[in-house]
Design a protein around this ligand. Structure first.
Ligand code: NAP
Length: 251
């Protein structure tokens, strides 16, 4: 047996790769050798910035505009890529901030659809191909709110806690068939998703004070864990939600 984090010759489907954490995850997978198929709400067919970066790394890129609020569109995308996906990174996600007492049910439904329900729809479709071939690596982007409650984001917390459970459920069924299922729980990462938090000086400082590593994370901080979980050498790692959080959860 040898150790391999080389993804040459594999194809990775990455959702939400157009910006933020998904961009860095797709970039990291391409650095390790994977070709990339990306899907998000406004993903350009030529790939825009992420397409250019992946091609610069010598890998192929294919972009699909898919709105994750739309179950049929997600299922159709899954059917279109299931025969080619060795790796699936379920990263696209949205967040709606409003106190629980007045949290609009439309926001709850939207966040649960995008962050949980339709991630299951895509995973079901793509895993069907992986299970037939007897090999697959599935990685979800979870959150610290897969473990904690958060503040004014009840739908987001419910969805991300659901992802941590789903990872275990799918792992129990698929691991013996060559398909591992894990999640990465990013800490506080500077992206559009956390722009409102970072704009609030007091909140931003309170978060920083609690991070043992002493800094907010960057999207690139997620690359190592993504490549590891997507690699052949992670065959016996499954059913886990791995925090990549500068030590937040240890505190
Ligand atoms: N930033 C953090 O601190 C943090 C911490 C924990 C977990 N996360 C999670 O990490 C993931 C990526 O977040 P990020 O921080 O990189 O946020 P981001 O910069 O806002 O990027 C979100 C990505 O998701 C896509 N997306 C959002 N709504 C969508 C929809 N309805 N249909 C299809 N695609 C949609 C966006 O697509 P377009 O680019 O096409 O609009 C974008 O590519 C999310 O699951 C988020 O919950 C983030």
């Amino acid at each position: 047996m040898s150790v391999s984090f080389d993804l040459t010759g594999t194809t990775a489907v990455v959702t939400g790769a157009r910006r933020g954490i998904g961009f860095a995850m797709a970039e990291g997978l391409a650095m390790a050798g994977a070709d990339i198929i990306a899907a998000s709400a406004s993903q350009e067919a030529d790939g825009g910035a992420i397409g250019a970066r992946v091609r610069e790394l010598g890998r192929t890129f294919e972009g699909h505009a898919v709105d994750f609020r739309d179950r049929d569109a997600v299922a159709a995308f899954g059917a279109a890529v299931r025969d080619r996906a060795d790796i699936l990174v379920n990263n696209a996600g949205t967040i709606r901030r409003s106190p629980a007492a007045e949290h609009p049910l439309e926001w709850w439904d939207e966040v649960l659809d995008v962050n949980l329900r339709n991630q299951f729809v895509l995973t079901q479709a793509v895993a069907a191909g992986m299970l037939e071939r007897g090999y697959g690596r599935i990685v979800f982007t979870a959150s610290l709110l897969s473990f904690q409650g958060g503040i004014t984001v009840p739908g987001y917390t419910a969805a991300k806690s659901g992802i941590a459970g789903l990872v275990k459920a799918l792992s129990n069924e698929w691991s013996a068939r060559g398909v591992t299922v894990n999640a990465i729980a990013p800490g506080y990462i500077a992206t559009d998703n956390t722009a409102a938090l970072r704009a609030d000086e007091d909140r931003s400082q309170a978060i920083l004070d609690r991070i043992p590593a002493g800094r907010w994370g960057s999207a690139e901080d997620l690359q190592g864990a993504t490549v590891f979980l997507a690699s052949p050498s992670a065959a016996y790692v499954t059913g886990v939600t791995l925090p990549v959080d500068g030590g937040w959860m240890a505190r």
